[in-house]
Write a protein that binds this ligand. Structure first.
Ligand SMILES: Nc1ncnc2c1ncn2[C@@H]1O[C@H](COP(=O)(O)OP(=O)(O)O)[C@@H](O)[C@H]1O
Ligand SMILES: O=C(O)C1=C[C@@H](OP(=O)(O)O)[C@@H](O)[C@H](O)C1
Ligand SMILES: [Mg+2]
Length: 192
């Protein structure tokens, strides 16, 4: 029997492809890991909002990442990144793609770690693969940190333990396409 009360209740929305209790998924990993590409596709699949931290910084300050590095230096850029992260973590039903350097900051690591209902995913791959992906990326934004390959390799080595420590889920993306990584994450989200 359909009571008036239940008939007036809001109808359920399109079923989510996952029953996850997480309110947001945060993608981390080095440049070229696919945070932006996979994040956008995952958000679309979940019917969630997509927030790319670099894009948020660029629109907030009306300048490209490269311009912000030139204007403020890397330390200045990192401050803007921390503010953007704090704002982004306030979103619900959102996939958030971090920049590759976001977890260098202890403040950022604590912001992320202390945010409840947040599933952090580390998209991993060897440095050489990541570097090639960035070089081959059509119309890629300039990544100032990638200018010198030796320094970039050293930063990869230094950052990797931070990505690992922050992660609830680690995906080795080397053998996967971005679509396969999305499928893997949807599968993981079913059980969390
Ligand atoms: N297996 C893969 N996983 C993720 N990205 C891949 C893969 N293979 C190639 N790519 C390409 O590498 C680039 C990753 O760039 P992007 O998503 O901007 O990474 P990030 O935001 O992590 O720096 C994209 O051009 C993407 O199409
Ligand atoms: O690793 C880094 O220090 C950076 C990564 C970039 O984002 P992606 O990882 O999305 O390329 C961007 O935030 C900026 O160029 C600095
Ligand atoms: Mg990106």
């Amino acid at each position: 029997m359909v009571t008036v009360e239940s008939a007036n209740k809001p109808q359920p929305q399109t079923p989510s492809p996952t029953a996850t209790t997480a309110e947001r998924v945060v993608l981390t990993g080095y440049m070229g890991a696919g945070k932006s590409t996979v994040g956008r596709a995952l958000a679309r699949e979940l019917g969630w909002e997509f927030c790319d931290l670099d894009h948020l910084i660029e629109t907030t300050h009306a300048a490209t990442i490269a311009e912000l590095f030139t204007q403020h230096g890397e330390p200045g850029f990192r401050q803007l990144e921390t503010r953007a992260l704090a704002a982004a973590l306030g979103r619900h039903n959102a996939v958030i793609a971090l920049g590759g350097g976001a977890l260098e900051s202890l403040t950022n690591r604590l912001l992320l770690e202390q945010k409840p209902n947040t599933l952090t995913v580390f998209l991993d791959a060897p440095f050489e693969i990541l570097f090639d992906r960035c070089v081959l990326q059509p119309d890629a934004a300039i990544r100032p940190v990638l200018k010198d390959p030796d320094t970039a390799a050293a930063r990869f080595k230094a950052r990797r333990p931070q990505y690992q420590r922050a992660a609830h889920i680690i995906v080795d993306t080397e053998p996967l396409t971005p679509a396969e990584t999305v499928a893997r994450l949807i599968e993981e989200l079913r059980t969390r």
